[in-house]
Design a binder for this molecule. Structure first.
Ligand code: ZN
Ligand code: ZN
Length: 309
């Protein structure tokens, strides 16, 4: 545990040493301070990742790697092994990027995944610390999607470790409050101004491939107008405040339904009749049914899950 804490502090020191000077010298949003609102919340996500969730993700990746290596399509893997190492690596990375792109699009189109992914979008400022605001399920699924093609092909994690580490840093860079002329790197690995547009409050549906912008070009989701960044970031909806509340946010409909359903059934079973309104529901002068304040909420809310919050 202490070793992990020291690793986390060393990583934080490295990120501060690299990104604070960059954000001060080349800010994308000049008025955004380094010590901004919700910095401590994003710090909690950073330490959550380094102290716990990265370990869970790595354990699952090693398990998936071992399982697919030993039980995957062996003749296909033998053919892949006969090709040059650079072709193996390139194919694994391109296919991984493609899978991440479609997983990310699914996160924006399917409500249960959006509830998880919306945690990442809830930050109203972007910088190298906000890059770590991510629900652990979101992060783990993204890591699995990125590496699944490599595992299927029998390409080991170790052979891609350096490249994976570089892209991890680049993923933090595209969230940073930095604007730099990147030249061709912008088209190969993406740029902060591209990913910042993905976090725009009132303009969604673009730049899903965080660090592989060619995929957005391919599928018509690339968007990057020139000019200053003045648009609002974050969400229209309000997510609960705090680290643990945000971790619980995706499960709130299910939790509410689990606790609400038995209570509602008890209330309904206790009623004199399910077909006649109970006596305290008195019609108003306008004809509308008025609900007294003392009626239990559970009687009124017996909706199915995922539609109630
Ligand atoms: Zn997104
Ligand atoms: Zn992002």
């Amino acid at each position: 545990m202490w070793t992990r804490l020291l690793d986390a502090l060393a990583s934080l020191a490295l990120l501060v040493a690299v990104f604070v000077p960059l954000e001060r010298a080349f800010p994308a949003r000049k008025t955004q301070p380094i010590a901004r609102r919700e910095l401590t919340l994003d710090g909690a996500f950073f330490f959550g990742q380094y102290l716990l969730w990265n370990l869970v993700a790595l354990t699952l990746l090693v398990f998936a790697d071992g399982t697919l290596r030993h039980h995957g399509p062996s003749s296909f893997q033998a053919w892949v092994a006969s090709t040059p190492w650079w072709a193996q690596g390139l194919a694994a990375v391109l296919l991984g990027d493609m899978l991440v792109y479609w997983f990310h699009r699914a996160c924006h189109s399917w409500e249960p995944l959006w509830r998880i992914h919306s945690v990442h979008h809830s930050s109203e400022s972007l910088d190298f610390v906000a890059a770590h605001r991510e629900h652990p399920i979101d992060g783990i699924c993204t890591q699995l999607a990125a590496n699944l093609p490599a595992f299927m092909m029998g390409v080991s994690l170790q052979s891609l470790a350096g490249f994976i580490a570089f892209r991890g840093m680049w993923a933090i860079f595209v969230h940073s409050n930095v604007r730099l002329p990147l030249g061709p790197l912008r088209w190969i690995f993406g740029a902060p101004e591209l990913h910042h547009w993905h976090h725009a409050k009132n303009f969604r549906g673009h730049n899903y491939a965080n660090i592989a912008p060619w995929i957005d070009l391919l599928f018509g989701t690339h968007h990057c107008p020139e000019g200053e960044e003045t648009y609002a970031l974050g969400l229209e909806e309000k997510l609960p405040e705090g680290y643990f509340a945000k971790l619980a946010h995706p499960f709130k409909p299910a939790i509410a339904w689990i606790f609400r359903a038995p209570a509602a059934q008890r209330q309904l079973a206790g009623s004199a009749s399910l077909h006649e309104p109970p006596p305290h529901f008195a019609p108003s002068a306008a004809g509308a049914t008025q609900v007294p304040a003392n009626v239990p909420v559970a009687v009124l809310q017996v909706d199915p899950p995922l539609q109630t919050l």
